[in-house]
Design a protein around this ligand. Structure first.
Ligand code: FES
Ligand SMILES: [Fe+2]
Length: 455
């Protein structure tokens, strides 16, 4: 007998005050399938979840598949120009209606029995309707959709929680580093390009736990650091500022409300001097050709253009699934308690105003080389750690995961004007703060709603 369902503990009954303490968390939050199932509602429906970027659906009728927790969604700019997050779930017998990753469509026809839906979610028709006695004008046959979908500077989020605060309030002070990251790009925007897609045998929170972790860098990414500097004369490229004693460097971790955090390493780069960012960009094969070309063709603006091509040393983490770092947008997708997808989107500069003197393609060619750097040579180090943590946590009797680096040390933290708690680069304060928010979410039952178009 299979019996899988019988072995899964019932929902509820978890005491999150016991599982999440000030200095440690219990292993079961990474290993218990019942907790994972609760998270898909209490986290991944209750807060604003990142769904996609407007540049993926630039024109009316464009769509891209996405997910909110385990819910399959179609993020679409409908024929009237409204961005919607439709459930990719036929109202007949439940099949996905869209099987294509992205594209352009005025309607989606379910491949099973041919029910067809406009890209507003409204049912357009069913085959041989004379075989039904019901009224297909009833809105219950229209596709379900996420009732609240909002954008912040091109980043699209959705929530099912009727009581969630407005998106700007949810983001709070993490909006500032996102704006600064965007404002250095021409037109204050970027467009997502193609992506590195990775899957790991580990819980989704292991990725979030690591996203502002400056403690592991020197150890876990030792080979990357060596590679980034192997052709450099000054030995100061890429992650080099983590060498020696990173906590004495001008880089900090900021813990914000609602589980967001920000690792700001920009203090290692001379502010305002053109070319300073490019100087620490690690060498990636192929970029020299474009760098030489930019210097030759645009001598007066080459430093400015090369800075635009460079990765900015920031990690901006928006709970629970969006990370903006370097030149990348990383998105985390939970699949099961011990299975997670992570997608590293490259980002391109856009030049709608034509201010880049024709250098756009060369700048973006270098940005794509940076996309081949960390996602290929750094993220794999991290993924190995995540998988090995999941393996280590299989030991049931050894129950606790410690998150107390910095805790109890006097004068270690500073509270900023925007409410952020600032700590040194290798501190774990960001972990403790996001777990407080997580604990609050997991103890509450959100008011979940879906909507459907009126017929
Ligand atoms: S399941 Fe979609 S038409 Fe039947
Ligand atoms: Fe890492």
């Amino acid at each position: 007998m299979d019996g899988t369902d019988l072995q899964v503990p019932a929902l509820g009954g978890h005491d999150f005050d016991q599982l999440i303490r000030e200095d440690r968390v219990h292993r079961s939050i990474y290993t218990d399938p019942a907790i994972f199932r609760m998270e898909m509602t209490r986290v991944f429906a209750a807060v604003w979840v990142y769904l996609g970027h407007e540049s993926q659906i630039p024109a009316n009728d464009d769509f891209v598949q996405t997910r909110m927790g385990l819910r399959p969604l179609i993020l679409v700019r409908d024929s009237g120009g409204q961005i919607r997050a439709l459930y990719n779930r036929c109202t007949h017998r439940g099949s996905t209606v869209c099987r294509q990753e992205s594209g352009s469509a005025k309607a989606f026809q379910c491949p099973y029995h041919g029910w067809t839906f406009f890209n507003s979610g409204r049912l357009s028709g069913v085959p041989w309707p004379e075989g039904y006695a019901c009224d297909f004008g009833d809105s219950r046959f229209n596709l379900a959709q996420v009732p609240r979908v909002e954008s912040f500077r091109g980043f699209v989020f959705g929530t099912l929680n009727a009581d969630a605060p407005p998106l700007p309030d949810y983001l709070g002070p993490v909006a500032r580093p996102i704006e600064e990251w965007l404002d250095r790009q021409p037109g204050g925007t970027i467009s997502l390009c193609n992506a590195n897609r990775l899957r790991l045998h580990g819980n989704w929170k292991l990725v979030y736990d690591n996203s502002a972790d400056g403690y592991h860098v020197l150890f876990s990414h030792r080979s990357l650091l060596a590679m980034e500097n192997r052709m450099a004369t000054d030995d100061a490229k890429g992650l080099a500022f983590y060498r020696d004693s990173p906590d004495t460097r001008p880089m900090y971790v900021y813990a914000y409300p609602n589980g967001h955090h920000f690792k700001d390493k920009r203090g290692n780069v001379e502010r305002g001097r053109p070319g300073a960012l490019w100087e620490i960009e690690a060498s990636h094969p192929g970029m020299e050709f474009f760098a030489d070309k930019l210097r030759r063709e645009h001598p007066a603006r080459a430093d400015e253009f090369l800075d635009l091509a460079s990765s900015e040393p920031v990690n901006i983490n928006v709970f629970p699934n969006l990370h903006i770092l370097g030149n990348h947008v990383q998105v985390v997708q939970p699949l099961a308690v011990d299975r997670t997808d992570t997608t590293w989107w490259g980002t391109a500069v856009v030049d709608d105003a034509g201010t880049l003197d024709g250098a756009l393609e060369d700048i973006n060619a270098i940005r794509m080389r940076t996309q081949e750097g960390f996602p290929n040579f750094g993220e794999v180090d991290d993924l190995m750690n995540f998988e090995q943590i999941q393996a280590g946590l299989a030991a049931e009797e050894d129950e606790w995961v410690y998150t107390h680096r910095g805790l109890g040390l006097p004068d270690r933290y500073r509270v900023e004007e925007d409410g952020a708690i600032r700590g040194p680069a290798t501190d774990e304060v960001f972990l403790r703060e996001y777990f407080k928010f997580y604990r609050q979410l997991m103890a509450a039952e959100p008011r979940i709603e879906i909507t459907r178009e009126a017929s």
